[in-house]
Design a protein around this ligand. Structure first.
Ligand code: DX5
Ligand code: ZN
Length: 216
């Protein structure tokens, strides 16, 4: 399939959120990526449920919500009500991952599991056929604008192998330090969805920036 682009709103101008969402609505982006940080799981606090509700009022792209928080299972219903279409929970924050994935599905959303840079792909062996997506963190979560960790490429390939071996339909999403210099090799390695924050929103023309990492 043609790979998809999910701009991360974390790098947008929060003083002009509606305007920034409109730019993405009118772009060739496929999803909108929303980063929820709780100040506990990651050393930063971003935004929460009211902001998702506000974005949902005008966004025309599906909302891909990335939960960088402890005990994400406590908020599944709240994120569904706020307008999430896909919920990504961290493997490292989910001791009962199977149950959490099941609950996300029961709430009518797609379910993703996210891996920190140090977490090997092999931990997904028993869950890979249950998830719709695996999100590979290619930076340490918590901040936008960080440098891409090169080892992430090998992880994408290992994940692709696991998906094929288990006959899973899971998509591979990559998040952190994605730009026009690495987009092509990420897709060649097996990525289906590219998240890009600063590369898109700090560009002079975000819509052009999106086209550059989507069509090549
Ligand atoms: C980092 C977030 C990312 C972030 C990516 O913890 O999960 O989604 O917004 O930002 P860039 O693309 O600037 O690395
Ligand atoms: Zn993210």
């Amino acid at each position: 399939m043609q790979h998809q682009i999910a701009p991360s709103l974390l790098a947008a101008d929060f003083g002009n959120l509606a305007g920034e969402v409109a730019v993405i609505n009118q772009s060739d982006a496929d999803w909108l990526h929303l980063d929820i940080m709780d100040g506990v799981f990651v050393p930063n606090i971003s935004f929460g449920i009211p902001v998702i509700e506000a974005v949902k009022k005008t966004a025309t792209k599906p909302l891909d919500v990335h939960l960088m928080m402890v005990q994400p299972e406590r908020y599944i219903e709240a994120f569904k009500k706020a307008g999430a279409d896909l919920l990504n929970v961290h493997y490292e924050a989910s001791p009962h991952l199977h149950r959490t994935i099941e609950s996300i599905h029961q709430h009518g959303m797609k379910a993703g599991v996210t891996l920190n840079p140090h977490t090997p792909v092999s931990v997904l062996e028993e869950i890979i056929t249950e998830v719709d997506l695996v999100l590979i963190m290619s930076v340490n979560p918590g901040f936008g604008g960080q440098k891409f960790i090169p080892g992430s490429l090998g992880k994408i390939q290992k994940l692709k192998d696991l998906i094929m071996k288990r006959n899973s339909k899971a998509w591979i999403e990559v998040d952190g330090g994605v730009d026009q210099n690495n987009a092509r090799e990420l897709v060649q390695a097996g990525a289906d969805i590219l998240v890009a924050g600063s590369y898109v929103f700090k560009a002079p023309d975000p819509q052009e920036a999106i086209r550059k990492i989507k069509y090549f």
